[in-house]
Design a protein. Structure first.
Length: 384
């Protein structure tokens, strides 16, 4: 039996936390998980899985430097790292799996635990990001990268931790197109069966590009297509040190909807727990992020046989390399509208793209295969 302590720096649930929950559900009996994180939604979902949980202080650290807030946040992060180290020793963990860059930074600076660091974010090129990358690389036994794009931003060479790419998984049992009714979802939303439906599913923040998705919708409407857009998500990270003012961005999206005349066409749905049903009602998923480290919704949409138009900046081009959609420059709005129009008007091409995407998602990104890759990485740590 191998006991592993999973450390997360936030109580909120976004893409990385969904991946952590997937891992906890997929672990074999010989791995005994314990999770430490701040109390909140994540801890409640962990406990619902029957996994032991230990509380950890919340850390507000961002790579947006602030002369007053950053030193305080660094102190909190170091204190949280020390707490995580104490928890690891008290539960007899063989090693710590720090499930975010911030969690790994805290554990790396605040304790001497054996650590696997999980990088879901692509670190920038600035001095703060380079310093974080060096700490991760020097203090970890191994770094798991959520995509090749993320791995390319990490340092390599003598004295640094090896990096293993473990693309995020999709739970094919949850995202099963035969087990979801798009008709019921459209009825709930008041969208006719013969209308086209686009979806952008992500936390609401400027870099996710919900404003671009809205302009794509407006472009399609200008060309005479009866189209709707589902805006699924909310501002998840709203702390003072968060890089963007996500609450203000949410307000700006409502203003943009009104300016573009999309009041009855762009539907703000907030956080939803019925994503498979919403995807079943969707003809085309849009992921127009400025930069997307991986893109869970890309793989989830593919599993649901929904073609994806995704940013060409980051992980999506690799995901879509075998089919399932197209990678487009997020700044080339006209091309997004052109491509969306072509696919919406060609149901046969959409169906072929959807079938190909589903085969890729349930094969290359299958949850059980991903868990095996993570366990193989654990074996490397145990061997050291």
């Amino acid at each position: 039996m191998t006991r592993v302590l999973y450390v997360n720096h936030t109580s909120k649930v976004s893409g990385a936390e969904h991946t952590l929950l997937d891992l906890l559900r997929g672990l074999p009996p010989e791995v005994e998980p314990v999770v430490t994180s701040p109390s909140g939604r994540l801890s409640e979902e962990v406990k619902a899985l029957g996994v032991p949980h230990a509380p950890l202080r919340e850390c507000e650290l961002s790579l947006k430097l602030d002369p007053r807030g950053t030193p305080r946040a660094l102190f909190q992060l170091l204190a949280a790292g020390r707490e995580a180290g104490r928890v690891a020793r008290s539960v007899g963990a063989r090693f710590v799996h720090a499930f975010s860059v911030r969690a790994a930074l805290g554990c790396g600076l605040g304790s001497d635990v054996r650590m696997v660091a999980h990088a879901h974010d692509a670190l920038g090129r600035g001095p703060a990001s380079r310093s974080v990358a060096e700490v991760l690389s020097r203090r970890s036994r191994l770094i798991l990268a959520a995509s090749g794009y993320v791995a390319d931003r990490l340092p390599a060479g003598r004295g640094r931790a090896p990096v293993a790419v473990v693309d995020n998984p999709v739970d094919a049992e949850k995202f099963d197109p035969s087990d979801a009714s798009g008709t019921l979802a459209r009825m709930e939303l008041g969208i006719p069966d013969d209308a086209y439906v686009l979806a952008v599913i992500a936390q609401i923040t400027p870099w996710k590009g919900q404003d671009t998705a809205m302009r794509v919708l407006a472009g399609l409407r200008d060309r005479g297509l009866d189209a709707h857009l589902l805006v699924v998500g909310s501002p998840v990270f709203t702390e003072t040190l968060t890089r963007h003012d996500n609450v203000a961005f949410r307000r700006s999206l409502e203003q943009l909807r009104n300016t573009l005349g999309l009041e009855c066409r762009a539907h703000f749905l907030g956080e939803r727990d019925d994503i498979p049903a919403l995807l079943a009602a969707t003809d085309l998923t849009l992921v127009p992020s400025w930069e997307e480290p991986f893109g869970r919704v890309v793989v989830e949409s593919m599993a649901m046989k929904v073609p994806v138009l995704a940013t060409s900046h980051g992980g999506p081009p690799s995901i879509l390399s075998d089919g399932g959609g197209a990678a487009l420059d997020p700044d080339d709005l006209e091309r997004w509208v052109d491509t969306a129009e072509r696919l919406l008007l060609n149901p046969g091409e959409r169906a072929r793209m959807g079938e190909k995407g589903a085969a890729v998602a349930t094969g290359r990104f299958a949850l059980d295969g991903w868990v095996e890759r993570v366990l193989d990485a654990y074996d490397l740590v145990e061997a050291k």
